[in-house]
Design a protein around this ligand. Structure first.
Ligand code: ATP
Ligand code: MG
Length: 567
């Protein structure tokens, strides 16, 4: 490719809402253009990178027997009704009508379409297992599209769906996909972890996420420093906590007058005791799938925080919203003094409090707390894991120290079981001639998100530093002065010879100043550059490594062989 012919509108500045390095570089480097909130056009350079990533994904999936298909982007709502997700998916699902008033959705994921494609076509266990995937547009009307390609509304995703006759066979495929996805992310040069994850709106049991470690990640993950345990904070577990004291503090049981102590801090100070022994109450209004809502009070140790995803999963609700003191009072509840014996509301207690005693909690009357409270043999069915795990907690697997890291989700694999095949009546005949729903798995990679993720891990203040499998071109041949015929001829010759070998080379033959071209080389982030300039008279060119920005002088006789190896 010749730079003089390439459409690459680079710019000095990025818009002020582009705060992340990847977002700034992709806009400034002329890779993408914003069309609307969370919607982007890919320009030639961006498209090359996207295609390279897509190719890596495809190669590895095809290698392990997955088959590529392509489903319609516009999906009949009818299918979403069948699975029960038309309501459950909420506002991220964009619903549209055609001229005949038929209802459709823009596919945010394709379980329904894929089940529909397979049902009544795959009829016997003899045709199983089957793994179909596509690399196709998705649309999710995200509440907060941001960070460029990291959280778009329209984005490119690889989504795979596997069909099995048994859970054992699903387990086998799940492990295979964990390995295959890991290989894909390794090839792309990413530093990632496979973590335990929540199953979200897709439903099902058993799921893992692939998290790229990056300071700008939106997810919090807990990593054990001593074993391989790693989990998204939404599902992270911990070892049962131990008291901060050597001996249990002595408490005189009874209700105590504690005027105005509505917070954990003031209560801890009032009694001179660690918050570990205090019970915190968090009241919320829970919204359910059927449009109903209920008031729920969550109880945790005073120094723990409520983890929202866990809190939702405990009661199978769609959303939690804040509730005012007035609303609570109207129910006869006393904000600031709520304890587990509260009436008229649903309660959930953190699992770490199970069988604990010697506690202090609200007495459910204004200005009173109960001291020496015990949860032994009480509320048996109300205990759930609802607390946010923190760095001071211990690993649930080995008891080791843990650390919290930021991560960006690049892939997700789920065991679905019959969550879709059963309601959608997608059945096959098993070995005994019995009709059974398919056992399914589902798998996804954020292909367009990866373009940005690679940059989040690999950039400097000057611009992009692409990895081998993602670079738009491996080498930029920079002609220092295009008016100098010798320089131009030498560069053209080198370019032709490397291109003949199918090497990914671009030649910067633009009639621009050398400094301008160097800046573009650094901004766009080709892994290597060759500067053909004044040194040519002495038989020398300069080789630049984009990562280190180190320059080395190479003789004109050796440069071709050297580059042949390098790129
Ligand atoms: P997130 O928690 O980031 O919203 P998700 O759990 O909704 O992700 P999945 O439904 O598992 O995502 O989709 C599979 C993959 O698609 C994700 O791992 C991610 O890489 C990518 N992805 C999801 N949402 C977006 C988005 N809005 N923009 C770009 N890529 C996305
Ligand atoms: Mg999402």
């Amino acid at each position: 490719m010749r730079f003089s012919k390439l459409f690459v509108p680079t710019s000095k500045e990025a818009p002020s809402d582009a705060v992340l390095p990847s977002h700034r570089i992709l806009l400034r480097g002329g890779f993408i253009l914003q069309v609307g909130s969370g919607i982007y056009n890919f320009l030639p350079l961006g498209k090359i990178v996207l295609e390279k990533i897509r190719r890596v994904v495809k190669e590895e999936l095809d290698e392990v027997g997955c088959q590529e298909v392509q489903l319609g982007f516009v999906t009949p709502s009818e299918l979403w009704k069948e699975s029960g997700r038309l309501v459950k998916y909420g506002k991220e699902l964009l619903r549209i009508k055609d001229r005949k008033d038929n209802d459709f959705v823009l596919s945010p994921t394709a379980e329904e379409m894929m089940v529909d494609l397979v049902r009544n076509r795959v009829k016997s266990y003899k045709q199983l297992p089957l793994h179909l995937y596509q690399i196709n547009l998705k649309f999710r009307d995200e509440a907060r599209p941001r960070f460029g390609l990291l959280r778009g509304r329209e984005f490119l995703m690889e989504d795979g769906y596997s069909f099995h006759e048994s859970y054992e066979d699903l387990d086998r495929e799940f492990k295979l996909m964990e390995k295959t996805y890991s290989k894909i992310f390794s090839r792309l040069g990413l530093d990632f972890r496979v973590v335990e994850a929540d199953s979200g709106a897709i439903g099902g049991s058993g799921s893992k996420e692939f998290m790229v470690l990056a300071d700008n990640g939106e997810d919090d993950i807990l990593l054990c420093q001593e074993c391989r345990y790693a989990a998204n904070i939404e599902v992270a577990k911990r070892e049962k906590r131990v008291s901060p004291y050597d001996e249990e503090p002595e408490m005189i049981s009874g209700d105590f007058y504690t005027p105005g102590t509505k917070t954990i801090d003031s209560l801890a100070e009032f009694f001179g005791i660690e918050p570990y022994y205090l019970i915190k109450a968090v009241a919320k209004r829970a919204l359910y799938e059927d449009g109903q809502s209920r008031v729920v009070v969550y109880f945790l140790r005073g120094d723990d925080q409520l983890e929202e995803t866990k809190a939702l999963n405990a009661i199978d609700a769609l959303e939690l919203v804040d509730i005012s003191e007035e609303e609570l009072e109207a129910l006869g509840v006393t904000p600031g003094f709520i304890g587990p014996e509260v009436k008229n509301v649903e309660i959930v207690i953190d699992i770490d409090l199970k069988d604990s005693d010697n506690l202090i909690c609200g007495a459910n009357r204004v200005d009173y707390h109960t001291v020496g409270y015990s949860l032994k043999d009480k509320f048996d069915d109300k205990f759930y894991d609802i607390a946010e795990v923190k760095e001071t907690d211990r690993c649930p697997k080995c008891g080791g120290r843990m650390r919290v890291s930021k991560g960006i989700e690049v892939g997700h694999i789920f065991k679905l079981g019959d969550r879709y095949s059963k309601p959608m009546e997608a059945n096959f005949l098993d070995q005994n001639g019995k009709l059974k729903p398919f056992v399914m798995g589902t798998y996804g990679i954020g292909v367009s998100r990866l373009v940005a993720v690679i940059l989040e891990q690999s950039h400097d203040e000057k611009g992009a530093i692409w990895t081998k499998e993602s670079a738009p071109f491996m080498l930029d041949i920079i002609v220092s002065n295009t008016k100098n015929e010798d320089e131009l001829n030498f560069a053209n010759n080198l370019y032709d010879k490397l291109s003949a070998l199918k090497k990914e080379v671009i030649i910067d033959d633009r009639k621009e100043r050398f400094g301008f071209k160097m800046k573009d080389f650094e901004l766009i982030g080709f892994p290597y550059g060759v500067i053909v300039g004044k040194g040519l008279k002495e038989g020398k060119v300069e080789l630049v490594d984009r990562k280190t920005l180190e320059k080395s002088s190479v003789s004109t006789e050796e440069i071709f062989e050297k580059l042949k190896e390098l790129i």
